[in-house]
Design a protein. Structure first.
Length: 281
């Protein structure tokens, strides 16, 4: 069965930080439209003297709509800004937790694929690892080699099971808090997408290569949603999904870090440090 190459659902041009500006942008648009309507009404009145005075009902309706729109836009932006400021440190902490979990995914896959050097991690090693993940042909070849080994395939199965357990814990910890704020709902959705991909991939291995501790489960319960919907799954599909998972996790790692540092800059943290005592003369 021919399968298309699997990649992240969203385009590369989408950045998680866009969600941070969604509400601010929408309220400014509403305010801008209201100002334009008001300006048009003034120009119209100057061009057609007496129009608004002759149509008192229409004048009242337009004025009321403009006042309501401007008031709603201003109030929405003020409340959203206060909400972000009120729990910005908590939001940054949650993002760091999500970031760390995403990093576990792509670095774990990279290490199991044998693409991480054995020596100690030096400065810049993370950037080198990121470049390796984005090298699709090299990563795909390493995944093919890994899937061809029964021992490494079992290691991969156990890794994914562990990542899923950890991911469910982190998502469960922060989803309710973050989703309630439209500002951060997008990034939570992307992290959920990552673990949904892991679930689909792991379910295929649960069916085809069940772990010893899973053999006691009813056989029908191990049927994978992937095979249920599309029939037998080939290793090529598994490889493409592994590449997509690693690259999505690496992308979430970077974008979550950038967003977290934008929410609470490093300068703010440095300002919270106690003043250093002056050196003795």
């Amino acid at each position: 069965m021919a399968r298309r190459t699997v990649g992240p659902r969203r385009s590369d041009s989408l950045r998680t930080s866009d969600s941070l500006r969604t509400y601010v942008r929408s309220t400014r648009i509403i305010g801008g439209i209201s100002v334009l309507v008001l300006s048009a009404a003034v120009v119209w009145d100057l061009a057609n003297d007496g129009f608004w005075s002759r149509h008192a009902l229409l004048t009242g309706l337009v004025a009321s709509l403009v006042v309501v729109a401007v008031s709603a836009a201003v109030l929405n932006e003020v409340l959203e800004r206060r909400q972000r400021e009120r729990w910005s440190v908590l939001a940054q902490y949650a993002l760091f937790d999500l970031l760390r979990t995403a990093r576990l995914v792509w670095t774990g896959l990279l290490e199991l694929a044998g693409l991480v050097p054995d020596e100690d991690l030096a400065h810049g090693a993370l950037a080198v690892a990121s470049e390796t993940v984005l090298d699709t042909p090299r990563l795909a070849a390493a995944m093919d080699e890994m899937l061809a080994s029964g021992e490494r395939r079992e290691q991969l199965h156990r890794l994914i099971a562990g990542l899923l357990d950890h991911g469910e814990e982190v998502i469960g910890r922060w989803a309710d808090v973050m989703v309630n704020s439209g500002t951060y709902a997008e990034i939570v959705d992307r992290h959920v997408e990552l673990y949904s991909r892991l679930y689909w991939w792991g379910s295929v291995l649960d069916e085809s290569d069940p772990l010893e501790e899973h053999l006691g489960r009813p056989r029908l319960s191990r049927l994978s949603p992937a095979t249920q919907t599309s029939g037998p799954v080939e290793d090529e599909w598994l490889r493409d999904n592994l590449v997509a998972i690693a690259q999505l996790a690496e992308s979430l790692d970077r974008s979550s870090f950038e967003l977290a540092m934008r929410i609470v800059p490093l300068d703010w943290w440095e300002a919270q440090l106690p003043d250093r005592p002056s050196s003795a003369q």
